[in-house]
Design a protein around this ligand. Structure first.
Ligand SMILES: [Zn+2]
Ligand SMILES: [Zn+2]
Length: 310
């Protein structure tokens, strides 16, 4: 069995999808294949040479043109053929460069396939480090990834790609959703891919504390993305539909409000249980099927505040 199939957190993140039922369970190849067989990759064009692909797992950014096709994240291994078909339908060349926004398997599960097909994989240093070893996200263990799945080019702070008439800025965001998150900003096209630093409408934020995540880092990342954005910026969230700058501002304000409430109550000596009872995230805790509900988010914020600020 391909170990990437068992990335349990990633599967659990497929909220409201039948695939999430397989989370944490060791399914046979046939069962897994059947679940992914039903997934359809939907394409939304954002500009003449940038599109977003929605399927199962993290949203994929595609940028293409004469200098080659760049993929941002690659969902799950069984979807690679469908993703390749969606890229070809854009009349784009096969993937030449692949950037992972972070290590979670719903964003990097196709790495081995794309790596073997010749794509150059790039990600933050910690993405490679985490994928190279066994990981736990608190919901299950992920085995080490095979060599072909590992990023070949890694960076500490970020890098820039000069391709297809644009400057693609890849910027690391410190200790946020994980400790290896990057956002991707197409400067000329004015598009930002946020990875899981932004869940648009589908769930409250998931902070992977076991992977070095911190709620304050998610807020800082939203602020940094907003500093790059203007009113016309198109924002690709890690999960959920396309967003505007105004949507991301709402998300930033939600983070500020909940972190502020938890911090204030904590400094008054209130316990986690007392703070959860105050329901500081209630206003945004509206999706009963969400992967992360109010109490879980408040707990992650509370635990984030116990760690040193970055
Ligand atoms: Zn994700
Ligand atoms: Zn993630």
């Amino acid at each position: 069995m391909n170990p990437l199939y068992t990335k349990s957190l990633s599967l659990a993140l497929l909220a409201a999808s039948p695939i999430m039922l397989s989370a944490c369970a060791q399914k046979s190849n046939a069962q897994e294949a059947d679940r992914f067989a039903k997934v359809e990759i939907k394409t939304q064009k954002l500009t003449d040479n940038i599109a977003v692909l929605f399927g199962a797992g993290g949203n994929i950014g595609v940028s293409y043109g004469p200098d080659g096709t760049v993929l941002i994240d690659d969902q799950f291994a069984p979807l690679t053929k469908k993703i390749e078909a969606a890229v070809a339908a854009l009349e784009a060349d096969p993937v030449k460069y692949l950037i992972n926004t972070h290590w979670h398997g719903d964003h990097s599960g196709g790495n081995e396939n794309f790596g073997k097909a010749g794509a150059l994989i790039m990600a933050h240093d910690h993405v490679r480090q985490r994928m190279a070893g066994e990981q736990t996200d608190g919901r299950g263990n992920d085995p080490a990834s095979p060599k072909a799945a590992l990023p070949v080019v890694t960076y500490e702070d970020g890098l820039k790609l000069h391709l297809n008439g644009d400057e693609v800025h890849v910027k690391h965001m410190k200790n946020a959703h994980t400790d290896g998150d990057s956002i991707v900003f197409w400067k000329n096209a004015n598009v930002i891919h946020m990875g899981d630093l932004y869940f648009n409408k589908v769930t409250l934020p998931f902070i992977d504390l076991n992977s070095g995540g911190n709620a304050r880092g998610v807020l800082a990342a939203a602020e940094q993305a907003l500093a790059l954005a203007n009113d016309d910026t198109q924002i690709i969230p890690g999960h959920g539909p396309m967003a505007t700058t105004a949507d991301l501002k709402d998300y930033r304000d939600m983070l500020k409000s909940v972190i502020g409430s938890v911090e204030a109550a904590r400094s008054e000596g209130k316990t986690l249980e007392q703070i959860q009872a105050m329901k500081p995230a209630a206003k945004w805790d509206t999706n009963k099927d969400a992967f992360i509900k109010g109490d879980a988010f408040v707990k992650a914020v509370y635990m984030s505040l116990e760690k040193p600020a970055h």
